[in-house]
Design a protein around this ligand. Structure first.
Ligand code: XMP
Length: 531
């Protein structure tokens, strides 16, 4: 296994992710763990992360001595390179201007780390690498025993190596995707240089995670808010695997879910996994409070507020315990790594609120519960792979995201039960056809080719003709977008044949809707949801 020492970089988790992608087990620990801890961890290799700090100003931020005493390969990245240089007798030059962005690095000599890894070669045969740089200070003098491994015009020592000891260091960031050959370098380091086998699989992750959850929870009990979304579902399945009936899931049905969604969630968790799930049917409460409300922000606040109230009431009951149960002391959440970065990592001033997102932050303190977040270190695609490995159906795990306020923000203006019922049926047809329509060029279906697709209910009526009769019915809009981060998005160029089929089916099968439109707005300036 590999030990990653974290000096506080924003992208340390990406190092872990790349090591896992090389099928090698790793753990991240703070840079100031004890020598004793490092010896007992017994890593086959150590990676020192980057940092926002400066080796010049911060004399405390160093790798523990055991890192150098253990005799295992060490890779320093960015700050990790600088602290390696300083600790092993080299020098770091202070700089008050930062280099940030793409750079082209030239490889020097032959090193096990970079040999054969390059984006292209110069006429003289030097390997060239496109990399991502982000640093102020830089190494100005190699430590004794080190040779130059890489350079750029503005950073003459961009990589260094002491191959006898297995020490390598780079000033750029191999863990980010902008460094095109970064995965190859990290794989080379952990597999070829450190000799890790590369036989670690998701199944092993489950075993490790299960052991950790058992240790953290002991014989106490846990509550989890199950939404039917990917993250909470995978968290529930994992925690259930670890502690069985010590977990109780609370599923709040606000009446604004997709067609058959509530039953599907119950069938999966209560039926197949035999987990303890409490289904709270709160649809009357939600629809009652939403009556007469048309303002999108007000609707969101009402739904978010009620959701927290209902969940809190259930959690309070569970905390108190009952017959066979002594009462919960943990609240589990499906927080994943990008959520951690978004909420804690950014120091920028808070952007203006475009839409107030459904948010249950602050709940654990209010309820006096400890927090259990077993997915905190994983990225979305890893969470999905974990879900499949835990036996959740692929359709559930690879579903498009669904907003917390649900159909409440897809029914424009006032939310009514009749509208929700029409919308659910129209939406189910759209999704079914997307799943069934294959793209010839890629062999994939259009559900997988889009990032998010859904139907929006427009509370306006238009005139139509059906058979011999005039109709005067509602309109729905189809929305399908392609995006990688949901911050910007393009509308998907769905095949006309598919749109035609969806429109024909909705108008024929859903009485009350006589017109279907397709939304051709990108984000920005439109948003993905209509409210
Ligand atoms: P917009 O409409 O802002 O949506 O372009 C971007 C992404 O966020 C989802 N979304 C939400 N997700 N609670 C959520 O959990 C919310 O309140 C919420 N509002 C929007 C939206 O579905 C899209 O994926």
């Amino acid at each position: 296994k590999v030990l990653i020492l974290d000096f506080g970089s924003q992208v340390t988790q990406l190092i872990a992710r790349r090591v896992r992608e090389a099928a090698v087990y790793c753990e991240i620990h703070p840079n100031d763990v004890s020598d004793e801890f490092i010896r007992s961890f017994a890593p086959k290799a150590i990676i020192l992360s980057g940092s926002h700090a400066s080796t010049y100003e911060d004399h405390e931020l160093r790798a523990p001595q055991a890192v150098w005493d253990l005799g295992v390969p060490v890779l320093g990245i960015c700050y990790g390179m600088q602290t390696m240089a300083v600790q092993l007798g080299g020098k770091v030059e202070w700089s008050d201007h930062r280099e940030f962005g793409y750079a082209e690095v030239r490889a020097h000599g032959h090193t096990k780390l970079l040999d054969g890894i390059q984006d292209h070669a110069t006429l003289e045969g030097h390997g060239m690498l496109k990399v991502w740089m982000s640093h102020g200070d830089k190494v100005g003098m190699l430590p004794p025993g080190f040779k130059l491994m890489a350079s750029t015009p503005s950073c003459p020592i961009a990589g260094m190596a002491n191959e006898e000891k297995g020490y390598y260091a780079v000033q750029f960031h191999p863990e980010v995707t902008h460094t095109l050959k970064g995965q190859a370098m990290l794989t080379r380091f952990v597999r070829d240089i450190a000799g890790c086998k590369g036989d670690w699989i998701m199944g092993d992750y489950i075993a490790e995670a299960v052991a950790k959850i058992r240790e953290q929870v002991g014989d106490e009990e846990v509550i989890l808010g199950l939404s039917g979304g990917v993250d909470s579902s995978v968290a529930a399945a994992l925690i259930h695997r670890a502690i069985g009936d010590q977990l109780t899931c609370v599923f709040v049905d606000h009446g604004l879910l997709r067609l058959n969604e509530g039953d599907m969630v119950m069938d999966m968790f209560a039926g197949k996994l035999h987990a303890r799930v409490i289904r709270v049917d709160a649809s009357e409460l939600f629809l009652g409070q939403l009556a007469g409300v048309t303002d999108p922000e007000k609707k969101r606040k009402i739904i978010g507020g009620l959701f927290v109230d209902v969940f809190k009431a259930e959690a309070a009951k569970l905390k108190a315990g009952d017959g066979g149960h002594k009462g919960a002391s943990f609240l589990a959440q499906g927080t994943i790594y990008p959520d951690v970065v978004e909420s804690g990592g950014t120091k920028t001033k808070k952007a203006i609120t475009i839409k107030s997102h459904h948010n249950v932050g602050g709940l654990p303190e209010q309820l006096g519960l400890k927090l259990l977040e077993p997915l905190r270190e994983l990225f979305k695609d890893e969470v999905r792979a974990l879900g499949v490995a835990l036996g959740l159906p692929a359709e559930m795990v690879y579903r498009h995201p669904f907003p917390g306020p649900g159909l409440g923000v897809r029914i424009l203006g006032e939310v009514k039960k009749d509208y929700a019922d029409l919308l659910r049926r129209a939406d189910a047809i759209f999704i079914e056809e997307l799943r069934g329509w294959k793209d010839e060029a890629t062999g994939k279906n259009w559900y997988d080719l889009t990032s998010q697709a859904f139907t929006v209910f427009l509370p306006v009526k238009s005139v139509g003709v059906m058979g011999d009769g005039r109709t005067y019915d509602y309109v729905v809009a189809l929305r399908a977008v392609q995006t990688s981060d949901f911050m910007t998005a393009d509308w998907a160029e769905l095949p006309y044949g598919l749109l035609k089929k969806v429109s024909g089916r909705i108008i024929n099968e859903v009485r009350g809707i006589n017109r279907v439109t397709y939304d051709v707005s990108s984000k920005p300036p439109a948003t993905i949801e209509w409210e």
